[in-house]
Each structure stands twice: as structure tokens, then as C-alpha cells.
Design a protein around this ligand. Sequence first.
Ligand SMILES: Cc1cc2nc3c(=O)[nH]c(=O)nc-3n(C[C@H](O)[C@H](O)[C@H](O)COP(=O)(O)O)c2cc1C
Ligand SMILES: Nc1ncnc2c1ncn2[C@@H]1O[C@H](COP(=O)(O)OP(=O)(O)O)[C@@H](O)[C@H]1O
Length: 285
Amino acid sequence: MLNTATILQNSTSVAIGGFDGMHIGHQELFHHLDQNGVIVVINTGYANLTPSHFRQRHTDKHLHYYNLEDIRHLDGAGFVELLKKDFPKLQKIVVGYDFHFGKDRRYSYEDLKELFLKENEDGEVVIVKEVKHHNDAVHSHKIRQKLAIGDIKGANEFLGYNYTICGKKITGQGIGAKELVATINLEAKEFLVPKEGVYVTTTRIDDEEHFHPSVSFIGHRVSTDGSFAIESHILDGKVVCEEKAEISFIAYIRENKKFESMDELRDAIKKDIAVANRELQRLEL
Ligand SMILES: Cc1cc2nc3c(=O)[nH]c(=O)nc-3n(C[C@H](O)[C@H](O)[C@H](O)COP(=O)(O)O)c2cc1C
Ligand SMILES: Nc1ncnc2c1ncn2[C@@H]1O[C@H](COP(=O)(O)OP(=O)(O)O)[C@@H](O)[C@H]1O
């Protein structure tokens, strides 16, 4: 493994952006990087699809972070200077068609081209055209909107992978295993949690390599204690979760509902399990 300083010293290309989600539009930028290319992440502090180090899962490129707070005062020339200082061999910059940077986002790719090529005659600035899915431009905020309305399939198509949240195991009410079905309860504060309801999911427990088929509930447990929960019921047998788990969302099943009795809730959960099993089998997951 090369150390960070060596990677930056030797990098000849960078792709620049916020890159929350590492979606199919972002991946298009990465295709233009050379073998030792680096992804420069402008960290706004608002990433909740792939917060903190979770972006790294979606690329084998090195990620280099600039905090927006530290660089927002720079003018166009100042930003290009910073890049040239941190990446002394820089030859190629890759950005998207809507990239803006510098103080008040005043500078566009046109300015970037002018400023970078002025002193690097054989340099290159690649502008990636808008990446669309079914004629709809792919952007992180649209993925957030889709998750907020439970459109998991739409969100996953934009992402190019199944949306996944990671969380710490917490103790539930303790009635699931006794009266309903056993669930792993999670707290996943850094992540955007999809709309309240029941989902077909797969779940990875602690550091296991594989995901288990599962059905998950997100929402206020309006039928029991009313508190907010993220719960996953594993479908392929009894499991032990020590400290953490991750839930990958495959499809939305139904809304969160208030059931008048435990029997009704139990029946609904039984149906959810059947739906999840069918869908996971169909998808061979
Ligand atoms: C597949 C599934 C669907 C669920 N659907 C609902 C629901 O529609 N409404 C609700 O109030 N709780 C629902 N729950 C949550 C249960 O109320 C919860 O599992 C129960 O309160 C036990 O919580 P515990 O694990 O903290 O003991 C669901 C749970 C699962 C696993
Ligand atoms: N759909 C897309 N097509 C082409 N480039 C994109 C697309 N989405 C983002 N980019 C580019 O990727 C980089 C990161 O953009 P960012 O603003 O973090 O993404 P988003 O618009 O999804 O929030 C920028 O250079 C941006 O121009």
C-alpha cells in the first residue's frame, strides 16, 4: 500500500465533486481517470447516502477530501493553485457539466479550463456530459427524494447498486422475539433513512461477508411503543448480531400501519415475510 503523500505526488488526474452516493453519474467521471487517478471530494458535511468513509466502498481509487469550510473563500485561481500544490504532476481534471467552484460557486468548468490550461498547455480538462437514466438526469438530491417517498427501485437505478445503510446494534423493546418475530434493531444516524414502511432487504451482520435475505421495518412503532425503529428480520435462520449490521434495500412492500392487536400485526408480518421471500427468490438474492 502506498502512503497518501506518495499517491498525491504521483497522481496525474483528478475528478472533483461532492460525490454523495457515488451514483452512476459520478462513476462516469471516474471512468476518465488514469490508473493512479484520485477522486477529490469537496466535503460539505451533508452527505447522507454515503457519509464519511462509505464512499470508498464504491471505488478502488484513492479519495482525497477538502472541507468546503476550508476552501470556500478561494477564488478560481486560488483553487487551481491548491490543486497544483497537492497534485504536482496533475495533467487532467475531470468534472461534470454542472460543476461550480470557488467563492459563491462563482466559477464554472469554463473558468477551470482557462485557469488550468493557461499554465499547463498540454493539460486536459474533461467535461462529462449529463448522465441520465430513462431521460432523467441523475443527481444525489433526486436519489434522496426517491428514498423519501419509498421509491427504492428508482433510487437503486440511479445509484447503480442497492441503497445500503449501516448502523450500530441497539436493544429493542424485547417483544419481537417473544410475540412477533426476532429483529435486529439498529441506530444509523449518519444515513438518510428511507420512508417509513416495510421493505424487502438483505442484511449483513457484523463482519460477515455475505448478506442474509431479510425483511425490514422502518418507522414509528405505532402499534406498540410508538418509538422510531430500524429493524431487520433475518429470513434464513437464527443469527447473532454483536455490534453492527447493514441493510440493503431492494423493494418497498407497504406503509407503516397501526394494528389494533398483536394478532393482526403478526398476520401482517407473516404476509410481509412471504412477499420478501418471493421477491428475493425471483431476484435470486
Ligand atoms: C416485517 C415487519 C413489519 C412491521 N410492521 C409494523 C407496522 O406496520 N406497524 C408497527 O407499528 N410496527 C411494525 N413492525 C414493528 C413491530 O411493532 C416490532 O417489531 C415490535 O414492536 C417488536 O419490537 P422489538 O424488536 O423492539 O421488540 C414491524 C416489524 C417487522 C419485522
Ligand atoms: N448526472 C451527472 N452527469 C454528469 N456529471 C455529473 C452528474 N452528477 C454529478 N456530476 C458531476 O460529478 C461531480 C460531483 O457532483 P455532485 O454535485 O457531488 O453530484 P450531484 O449533482 O449528484 O449532487 C461534479 O463534477 C458534477 O458536475
